[in-house]
Design a protein around this ligand. Sequence first.
Ligand SMILES: Nc1ncnc2c1ncn2[C@@H]1O[C@H](COP(=O)(O)OP(=O)(O)OP(=O)(O)O)[C@@H](O)[C@H]1O
Ligand SMILES: [Mg+2]
Length: 251
Amino acid sequence: MRRIIGIVSGKGGVGKTTITINLAAALMQFSKNVIAVDTDLRMSGLGLQLGMYNFPVTLNDVLKKETNLLEALYIHSSGLRIIPASLCIEDIDTSGLENIFKDPFLENSIVLVDTPPGLGKQMIEILQACNEIILVITPEFPAIADAMKLISAIEKTESRLLGIIVNKYRKGDPDQITIKEIEFACNLPIIGVISEDRHIRKSIFRRVPNVFLNPNSSSSIAFKKIAADLTGLIYNPPKVGFFKKFWRREK
Ligand SMILES: Nc1ncnc2c1ncn2[C@@H]1O[C@H](COP(=O)(O)OP(=O)(O)OP(=O)(O)O)[C@@H](O)[C@H]1O
Ligand SMILES: [Mg+2]
């Protein structure tokens, strides 16, 4: 069995690429066979966030039927497996994506699909190629308004909407939309909340998934909880004592 899980958002910059990478890293830690695929064919960022450039073969070439999926697979120094896209401006036909994801090579894998923002024709084809979808929202009005447009488009496909990951949440900050309000507005379950975490920015600078670099940071723990829930496993986060919590907050 294979799972093709799209990580999507209406608004850009909400953290899809960051979530794809760290959720893949968390699934790897649970010994899952996982591959992160970049379908943002114009502004691809998955490889860049991992410090990987100059790919001789990418998903773009697979879509153009010039090569097969295995040729476009790369392994990051952390062991994370990715299929990148090219940084190019040419128009690429994505109608073949659904068939590409049927490749026997992906059997028994969890494929996390990083997607472009928005709702064009290409995005609809990407949504149709996924069998499950996770919506990423930041706690602000524009992100929620765009998400609501996307939800109605997803509901017209056969993909299953698993729920929402709220990203860049600032605990205790009243100047943001609450988790309950997001849940109510979108009428979908919240499957995870990732805090705005300076470790994430640092990990991108270091080009290593934060789940590997800072496994006990709040965001890494949240990614591992989501990964466990997605795969029906139990994850017991490490206990953080009062002084450590206080120290973290002070830092
Ligand atoms: N939880 C977080 N805490 C702190 N910074 C974050 C968090 N999530 C993402 N970021 C930062 O937000 C920026 C945008 O993230 P990312 O590129 O993953 O978004 P995206 O949705 O993939 O963007 P695009 O729509 O352009 O593809 C990055 O600089 C990343 O470091
Ligand atoms: Mg991105």
